[in-house]
Structure formats: structure tokens, C-alpha cells
Design a protein around this ligand. Structure first.
Ligand SMILES: [Zn+2]
Length: 227
């Protein structure tokens, strides 16, 4: 529904009542109320703002699982602001962290619901495992590292082709300073940008496991210059 077709009824009868008595003014943000809950008997869960709170949860889990293990680099986790209006937080945070490798985590459209067409977006299933994105935004060596590691872990995964700049932080991370080897991992998601976004906890778990294994393989000496 278009913004100019929507209104919010808060029960007020005058402008003064809204601004002076209720303290609501032009530009105040609002949210839809919808808390987290399991959906059905399987691994599906529903909440508002899984895009991209689930990405933040994943990187926090990755940090937790990396703690005390061996790996060859230093890992920075960033939860960015304003991704939806031009990946703005990723621009400033990537500049500050100045990484050699960047991995973006964002929800991606699942095709297995009635409002989606496989012929438009490809076949992406809830519970089908991590979505490993490939395309000009993605470093091919890092892409191969993710795919080969998923195979080694005997983990289901899904591929998604993104033939131009993706609508995620990956597009800004890649072009930071003199360039960053960038990967994009998608979390299959139904009803994106609604107050009832759905993700699958099996997918989330697999993405965490895959990311930990990939980070443990990356060394400071590793070259990501495509051959
Ligand atoms: Zn989004």
C-alpha cells in the first residue's frame, strides 16, 4: 500500500490534541507492533524487523562461537544503520574498520510463498540453507570459499545470482577505500518489509556454522585477487 493511501487513527479530534497533549509531531517515527513468535511446528519464526535484526543476531552468534577458537585475522562485527535508504551506515563503518574481507548478512526473498514468482526471483526455499550470492558485487574467491566450505560441512546451500550492485550493504563494503573482497550471505525471508517477516531458524543456524568455518580458514596472507 502506498504511503499516501495510509493514515493512522490515534483517536484525537484536533491538531492541538495531537501535538500539545499527546506530544506527537511531524517526523516522529512509528513502528508496527508485532513481537517474535514461532510459526507452525517446524523451524519458522515470525517477527517484525527480521530485516535485518536477524543479520545482527547471526553476527553476534558468529562472534560467540569464534571465541576461544583459532583463526588468522581480527574480526569486526558491525550492525549498520540506514541500509534501506542507501546502505549509509555501511559506508561509514567500512571506512572506519578498513577490512580486507567483508561479509554482508541480509535477508533475501524466499520464492516459496503465494506472493512470489520463481520466474522473477529464482528458487529460494525456507529451510534450504544459506543463500550464497554471486555476481559482480561479490569476490569470486570468497564466493568459492563459502561454497566449498558448505560442501565440506555437508550443509545444504542455495545460490542466487545478483547481476549488478545488490540492494544490501555488500555494495558499499565492496567499494570501500581501494576495494574490499566482499561476500553476501542471504537469509531466506518471507513477507520482507512487512510487520510479519518470517525466517527459518535452521537456515540461521547453518549460516552461523558456515560463517565460523569460513572465518577460521581466512589468513592474513590469503589473496583475494581473482585469477
Ligand atoms: Zn530490507
Amino acid at each position: 500500500m502506498k504511503l499516501d493511501q495510509q493514515f493512522i487513527d490515534i483517536g484525537a479530534t484536533s491538531r492541538d490534541e495531537v501535538i500539545k497533549e499527546l506530544g506527537i509531531d511531524i517526523g516522529d517515527p512509528i513502528i508496527f507492533e508485532h513481537s517474535y513468535s514461532p510459526l507452525g511446528k517446524g523451524d519458522l519464526v515470525v517477527s517484525r524487523c527480521f530485516d535485518d535484526k536477524i543479520g545482527t543476531f547471526i553476527i553476534a552468534e558468529v562472534l560467540r562461537k569464534l571465541k576461544g577458537t583459532e583463526f588468522g585475522g581480527s574480526v569486526h562485527a558491525v550492525s549498520t544503520t540506514q541500509e534501506e535508504i542507501g546502505t549509509r551506515g555501511a559506508i561509514t563503518s567500512s571506512y572506519s574498520v578498513n577490512p580486507q574481507v567483508g561479509i554482508a548478512y541480509d535477508v533475501t526473498f524466499a520464492s516459496d510463498s503465494p506472493d512470489m514468482k520463481e520466474s522473477d526471483i529464482g528458487i529460494i526455499k525456507m529451510g534450504g540453507g544459506p543463500v550464497i550470492v554471486r555476481g559482480p558485487n561479490i569476490n569470486p574467491i570468497l564466493f568459492d570459499l563459502f561454497v566449498n566450505t558448505a560442501k565440506e560441512l555437508d550443509m545444504p546451500y542455495q545460490l542466487l545470482a545478483a547481476p549488478r550492485a545488490t540492494g544490501t550493504d555488500a555494495r558499499s563494503i565492496q567499494m570501500t577505500r581501494s576495494g574490499v573482497a566482499t561476500a553476501l550471505i542471504g537469509i531466506p525471508n518471507r513477507y520482507m518489509h512487512s510487520m510479519s517477516e518470517v525466517v527459518n531458524l535452521f537456515d540461521v543456524d547453518m549460516i552461523v556454522r558456515l560463517s565460523v568455518a569460513v572465518i577460521q580458514k581466512i589468513t592474513k596472507e590469503m589473496s583475494f585477487i581473482p585469477k
